[in-house]
Design a protein around this ligand. Structure first.
Ligand code: BG6
Length: 517
């Protein structure tokens, strides 16, 4: 039963941000490698359009899509208009506004196998640099398969497209490397071409509104920080569950799996936000330093830990909302004997003063019963119980539940007396719900991240050492899982909560996975 909270003096930080963006942004040229691909259609083009609609784009900007397919500027514009109509959070484009936005869109056929085609790209970029004048920044967005990252980076260098350190940036999608070694190689290569301040490694979870709010919540309130440690917290759960299966991404997913696809990046980033020490300011490097410290303090996995503290799973066929859905091994592009995990649950420890002895349980999986991303901080029980057992039947330790999606909320679960003549206690939720508190749409993660890339703010992007530290942590698990084929795959049916062993992993310590009702 939620208790209402009166939120006074809410500050619309977005408005301030907007003002900052409007006054500070230099003319910008966006070059999108993979301009005809899915990511651009579903995320980047709608995000740029929505930024434009809300007045965040610089006064002068151009979008250059690149790809191997033949398009004219006009046919490319039409393709993006259709994509925005289909995928934008704000619905179909407003025709008159689209005219203005569409005039900034261009297409430049570029084939990485034919580096000469970069000459055309260079000419297109230079044309806009001249037109927009001094201080024009160029953002190269690599929305392509990771095997193309090196060749594009090398071509950008060869054609001298990124020499101006202050005004050129490269944005790199995940996955950043396939393992520690390949991530190191990629970092090493990029560092011969770019400075770290030019490199923006994306983890789109960091752009989510609720994830950004984690920092505000922890460090803009005096209430939580004194409790935010092993003396008051019992354990932490981070759970990102998805109802969908791998769909048509089987080919990619076969070489990845849940640990690589979600835990190495998104979930460990969430863990860092929960676990980090208070930064001294909001500078990108200060925050990233604090986060990297968490990864460095994480307890390495021994063979025994992998046996007892990790669980992997793979879905079998089943029924979802009255429809039969295939098992993972029957999905397109998947080996019928696949050993790839579609579910992973891992118990982590952070070996430092703040968190010694406190387990962090992370879980993620596809084709589960619910789509939901939750961070649950469970507090310790009261030190002494003054209420008798007949009034505390529904006793529940305090919990702070941060729901990232689809519901965007923060709940504080506390005990309260039920109204009535008897003294009966039951848990109630104090809820901060975005929908009920703020008006209007929430920006998509990519809008935030693209705006930050334009503003030169790297706070929400991954630094090279962060990516490597996260790989280092998960490598022993990946190696063990790859070398020892699971004998019980598939081990959970579609529409379930994953393998039973995942329940056992947390139940052994006396807890259970928390789900929102
Ligand atoms: C991606 C993964 O990074 O994140 C996908 O590759 C996953 O497998 C997706 O489905 C989840 O993102 P979101 O924003 O839908 O929670």
């Amino acid at each position: 039963m939620p208790i209402g909270i009166n939120y006074l003096n809410l500050i619309d930080t977005r408005t301030k941000y907007k003002m900052k963006a409007k006054t500070a942004l230099n003319p910008t040229i966006f070059v999108i490698f993979g301009g005809t691909g899915d990511l651009n259609k579903r995320k980047l083009a709608p995000a740029l359009y929505n930024l434009f609609m809300e007045g965040y784009m610089p006064e002068k900007f151009a979008i250059i899509g690149t790809g191997r397919t033949e398009f004219t500027d006009d046919s490319y514009k039409t393709a993006l208009e259709e994509a925005v109509n289909e995928f934008s959070r704000s619905g179909k484009v407003k025709k008159d506004k689209w005219e203005d936005f569409g005039n900034t869109i261009h297409y430049c056929p570029t084939d990485f196998a034919e580096p000469k085609t970069f000459e055309n790209l260079k000419a297109a970029v230079e044309k806009y640099q001249k037109e927009f004048g001094a201080g024009t920044q160029v953002i190269y967005y690599l929305a392509v398969a990771p095997n193309f990252f090196p060749i594009i980076a090398e071509c950008l260098q060869k054609y001298k497209l990124t020499q101006d350190e202050d005004n050129s940036r490269i944005v790199i999608e995940k996955p950043f490397g396939h393992d520690l070694e390949s991530a190191k190689e990629l970092n090493a290569l990029l560092s011969t071409i770019f400075t770290e301040k030019q490199i923006y490694r994306i983890d789109h979870y960091l752009g989510k509104e609720t994830v950004q709010n984690m920092m505000a919540f922890r460090f803009a309130n005096a209430l939580f920080e004194p409790l935010w440690n092993r003396s008051y917290i019992d354990h932490v759960q981070i759970s990102v569950t998805e109802q969908l299966g791998v769909g048509d991404r089987g080919g990619y997913y076969e070489g990845s799996g849940a640990l690589r696809d979600m835990i190495q990046n998104h979930l460990l980033q969430l863990l860092c936000l929960v676990g980090m020490e208070a930064p001294i300011n909001f500078d990108a490097d200060e925050i990233r330093n604090r986060k990297v410290e968490v990864l460095k303090a994480m307890r390495p996995f021994s063979a025994e830990d992998i046996r007892f503290h990790t669980v992997r799973g793979q879905y079998s066929k089943g029924w979802v909302e009255g429809k039969e859905v295939p098992g993972y091994r029957q999905e397109k592009g998947v080996d019928p004997h696949s050993n790839t995990e579609t579910f992973a649950a891992v118990k982590f420890h952070i070996d430092n003063w703040r968190w010694q002895g406190i387990p962090f349980y992370l879980r993620t999986g596809k084709r589960l019963n619910q789509t939901s991303s939750l961070i649950t901080i469970q507090f310790r029980d009261v030190p002494h119980q003054i209420f008798s057992s007949d009034v505390t039947e529904n006793w529940q330790q305090n919990r702070l539940v941060i729901s990232i999606q689809p519901e965007m909320s923060i709940r504080m679960q506390v005990q309260a007396k039920r109204p009535g003549l008897d003294m009966v206690l039951n848990p109630v939720d104090m809820v901060f719900d975005y929908k009920g508190t703020y008006e209007g749409d929430t920006p998509e993660a990519y809008e935030t991240l693209l705006l930050d890339a334009m503003m030169g703010d790297q706070t929400l992007f991954m630094r090279g050492d962060q990516v490597e530290a996260a790989w280092e942590l998960v490598m022993p698990i990946l190696n063990t899982w790859e070398s020892k084929k699971s004998i019980n795959f598939p081990n959970y049916p579609a529409d379930s909560w994953g393998p039973e062993e995942a329940e056992a992993l947390i139940a052994r310590d006396g807890f259970h996975w928390f789900n929102l009702p």
